[in-house]
Design a protein around this ligand. Structure first.
Ligand code: NAD
Length: 251
């Protein structure tokens, strides 16, 4: 139990991939700070289940991020995972959606990271994991803001890995393909509209068409990869972009 007693903030951990990462780290004895939006009763249940702390900062607001980082105190593991999507042709893409996606998927990670680093450096140990996407390595049409934010977070991750290379702190991206979560379910209607397809066509001909395994990635599989990146044995793994995409980006 190398990770027992370490503290992790997992952003966007009230749902989907972030929740699976929080659960996987909790099983290793990590103290979890949950963050995200959602139904208060469900969040209270998760806090009990994971014996966790919770901070409800809205990560679209840098002042709320700063307050959260001060209030929760130092963390050993930072998982920048909160993210959102919007699907529309670029000429119809609402500018406010562009700004929100860049703010949440990219800028929020800059702010949490800059506040988390000093304590990690002082401790001589830390792990920064950014949930990027297969869309950090390749693009799909109608996802301009998302693709831009995910390519950018991969570049940000490499930069901090280099800056922290001699401090005991590593920084890596995890890049899932399609994982069956509310984020994916939510984009199906917009994709049906943008491409003129049925729900089944979107699932089979757009989403799973990308993944040679023809299977959605499971959130628990992403959780297991995050645990590996936190292990002692992963101390020399830094600046990498870890695909977990059923072979999507091998093509
Ligand atoms: P999800 O919608 O299930 O979860 C998103 C989480 O982010 C939730 O906890 C939500 O409350 C939180 N969140 C949303 N807006 C927020 C805000 N303003 N402030 C704080 N928290 C906020 O989505 P998911 O599929 O689990 O996605 C998690 C991450 O994984 C995202 O960065 C996403 O881009 C990435 N990703 C998802 C897939 C996929 O197929 N699902 C694939 C690749 C990458």
């Amino acid at each position: 139990m190398f990770l027992k007693g370490k503290r992790a903030l997992v952003t966007g951990s009230t749902s989907g991939i972030g929740l699976a990462i929080a659960r996987a780290l909790h099983e290793e004895g990590v103290e979890i700070v949950l963050n995200g939006l959602g139904n208060p009763a469900e969040i209270t249940k998760l806090v009990g289940e994971l014996e966790a702390q919770f901070h409800g900062a809205n990560l679209l607001d840098p002042q709320e991020i700063e307050a959260m980082m001060r209030e929760i105190g130092p963390v050993d593991i930072l998982v920048n995972n909160a993210g959102m999507q919007h699907v529309a042709p670029v000429e119809d893409f609402p500018p406010e959606k562009w700004d929100a996606i860049i703010a949440l998927n990219l800028t929020a990670a800059f702010h949490t990271t800059r506040f988390a680093i000093p304590a990690m450096k002082k401790a001589g140990w830390g792990r920064i994991i950014n949930t990027a996407s297969a869309h950090s390595l390749t693009a799909s049409p109608f996802k301009s803001a998302y693709n831009a934010s995910k390519h950018a977070i991969a570049g940000f991750t490499k930069t901090i890995a280099l800056e922290l290379a001699q401090t005991g702190v590593t920084a890596n991206c995890i890049s899932p393909g399609y994982v069956w979560t509310p984020l994916i379910e939510g984009q199906i209607p917009d994709t049906m509209a943008a491409r003129g397809l049925t729900r089944e066509q979107v699932i089979n001909d757009v989403l799973l068409a990308k993944q040679p395994t023809k299977k959605f990635v499971q959130p628990e599989e992403v959780g297991a990869l995050a645990v590996f990146l936190c292990r002692k044995e992963a101390g020399n793994v830094t600046g990498a972009n870890w695909s977990i995409d059923g072979g999507w980006t091998a093509e």
